[in-house]
Ligand binder design. Structure first.
Ligand code: ADP
Ligand code: MG
Length: 571
């Protein structure tokens, strides 16, 4: 076949295909246009999964009557003018592709009334060609109506999922923009029902209530500098991070609850998802994901949004800075909720002698590293209320009563958390307690384990293991951490060597700490005396993060009095 230049119709179909993948893409483009037009109210109406009808109505600046037809030409835009503008984009749209693309794959009409003009205009297009244009009044703003989407593109139509699925994609798009623009009143109607309505109060929490419900909203923590939150939107220097994240108690089983907005553009980013999940490290169970709404504002020159026609992928000039700004902001919020203290020695006010100095704990300052904060094993502040032990269940769970209902505590997980924080504290002060063995014990390893042992022998030594080579893949162990004395320390070391084919020191320290805590902790199935249970609960009350074990599993179940009443049908 010889080379030809494709005709205009084919070109426009190919181009449209990139922008309009499914009904939700149309909604996204139209809502972005309404937002760029400075609207304070946007209403979206869809029918038949968006295939029969999508109508977006706004009260924005509108389009001048003489420019309405022009807006449907490919690459017609009012948002950028030259190459320089492309370097620093502050609007959501800029490619001038959405309206012509939608018009190429659907029947479209628009009624708009521009600010400063009297009356409005109406334009109707079929298969991308204007079939009617006249004046038609309306209040200031724009309404775009899209019908019979993909009627001319059966291949696309065939790939659409059920109306329910398409509706859920549409609801997601609107929800995301409702979260990004709390000052805008959104209303979404699906087949005549109200699917979402936000008040446009300017408070993110109000959007969260509408999108995720009250229970989630009650468990959200603010991140970043609160007062700067919605000011102006775009930062002058380095990334500013704001938004909200869920407390670890309200995790979800997929990543669909992570929202990222860069200069208020909804984007998808695996890098940022990872930054957030990293910040939850040790707080969520395996397979659980957080809820987060992250706004990043940074100078427009530092981000390239011109990567893909849908504008959801972006590139940061300084990826690393953004990553750590996000991770830090999230971690900070999580840590502040469950105060992780810092030691400060202060003389007691009544001038007690120095040996009676009290250890006071204060919150770490903003911006401090949060990687190895000491823990609150002696803190007078408590993260749990005082609990009264009632008994043990199945030799595995401690039943306790608090001021606010019943607590069922997993003895192993709770003890693991206590030991984990204790080891971390001792490690940071280089005060790990070591127990020498009466007789050195021989310890054999396989070749793979030996490789790991050789390169990380020192890390183990830091935690109190004295292990010397004794030839022929055999080692002599002379001392172990006190916590593992008379426990299966050999099993623990083997497990550790098997699980770690290398890795950096940071990982090692954490892994060894978790591993010692796990093997040193009381087991499930072990009967405990009342005193032992009380001792364990007292220690748990003192730790910084009492609600999860170091693997992220919960240490306890709490039923408050309200829940108990409800369970018994009394309210
Ligand atoms: P882009 O958004 O990339 O500029 P579009 O094809 O989406 O391209 O829109 C073309 C132009 O039409 C916009 O630049 C804008 O001037 C105008 N426009 C589209 N929708 C609206 C709207 N809802 N309110 C005001 N102007 C609009
Ligand atoms: Mg646009």
């Amino acid at each position: 076949m010889s080379i030809i230049i494709l005709d205009k119709d084919v070109v426009s179909q190919i181009a449209a295909g990139e922008v309009v993948e499914r009904p939700a893409s149309v909604v996204k483009e139209l809502v972005e246009n309404s937002l760029d037009a400075g609207s304070s109210q946007i209403s979206i109406e869809v029918k038949g999964g968006g295939v029969s009808l999508i109508r977006v109505t706004d009260n924005g600046t509108g389009i001048l009557a003489k420019e309405v037809a022009l807006a449907f030409e490919r690459y017609a835009t009012s948002k950028i003018g030259n190459l320089e503008d492309l370097e620093s984009i502050s609007s959501l749209g800029f490619r001038g592709e959405a309206l012509p693309s939608i018009a190429a794959v659907a029947q479209l009409d628009i009624n708009t009334h521009a600010v400063g003009e009297t009356g409005g205009s109406y334009l109707s297009l079929k298969d991308g060609i204007v079939i009617e244009q006249r004046s038609q009044g309306r209040s200031q703003g724009t309404t775009v109506t899209v019908r019979n989407l993909f009627r001319r593109v059966p291949a696309r139509l065939k790939f659409l999922k059920s109306s329910t699925t398409e509706n859920s994609h549409i609801a997601n798009v609107v929800s995301q923009y409702a979260l990004a623009f709390p000052e805008v009143k959104f209303a979404l109607f699906i087949d005549g029902r109200v699917a979402l309505r936000t008040p446009g109060s300017g408070q993110l929490i109000d959007s969260v209530i509408e999108v995720y419900g009250l229970e989630v909203a009650q468990n959200m923590l603010k991140i970043g500098s609160g007062d700067k939150e919605w000011e102006g939107g775009i930062a002058a220097s380095s990334p500013l991070v704001s938004g909200m994240v869920g407390s670890p108690t309200i995790s979800r089983s997929n990543r669909g609850y992570l929202s990222f907005f860069v200069n208020r553009r909804w984007i998808s980013s695996r890098l940022l998802a990872w930054a957030v999940e990293e910040a939850y490290h040790g707080l969520l169970m395996a397979g659980k994901h957080p809820i987060a709404i992250i706004n990043i504002s940074l100078p427009p020159q530092e981000v390239d949004v011109n990567i893909h026609p849908t504008k959801t992928e972006i590139r940061f000039q300084n990826e690393h800075t953004v990553f750590s700004a996000v991770q830090k902001a999230v971690r900070q919020a999580l840590i502040e909720q469950v105060p992780v203290p810092k030691i400060e020695e202060v003389a007691t006010t009544y001038g007690a002698p120095s040996e009676l100095r009290q250890v006071l704990w204060t919150l770490p300052e903003r911006g401090n590293s949060f990687i190895s904060l000491p823990v609150a094993s002696q803190t007078p502040e408590v993260s749990l209320p005082v609990l009264r032990v009632l008994g043990q269940l199945l030799n595995s769970y401690i039943i306790a009563e608090g001021p606010d209902g019943l607590y069922l505590i997993d003895q192993h997980a709770a003890h693991e958390r206590i030991l984990f924080e204790k080891i971390k504290l001792q490690g940071s002060r280089q005060e790990i307690e070591v127990q020498g063995l009466l007789e050195p014990v021989t310890f054999e390893v396989n070749p793979k384990q030996e490789e790991v042992l050789k390169s990380h022998h020192e890390n183990l030594a830091e935690f109190g293991f004295s292990i010397e080579p004794f030839g022929d893949r055999t080692y002599l162990v002379r001392a172990v951490p006190v916590l593992l004395y008379k426990k299966d320390w050999a099993g623990m070391v083997r497990e550790l060597l098997d699980s770690l084919p290398g890795g950096d020191k940071g990982d090692w320290t954490e892994k060894i700490t978790i591993s010692i805590a796990c093997h040193g902790a009381v087991r499930a199935g072990q009967a405990l005396t009342d005193d032992e249970m009380r001792g364990l609960i007292r220690q748990l009350e003192q730790v910084a993060l009492p609600h999860t074990c170091p693997h992220g599993r919960p240490t306890m179940i709490h039923l408050n009095s309200g829940q108990l009443r409800k369970e018994f049908g009394r309210g």
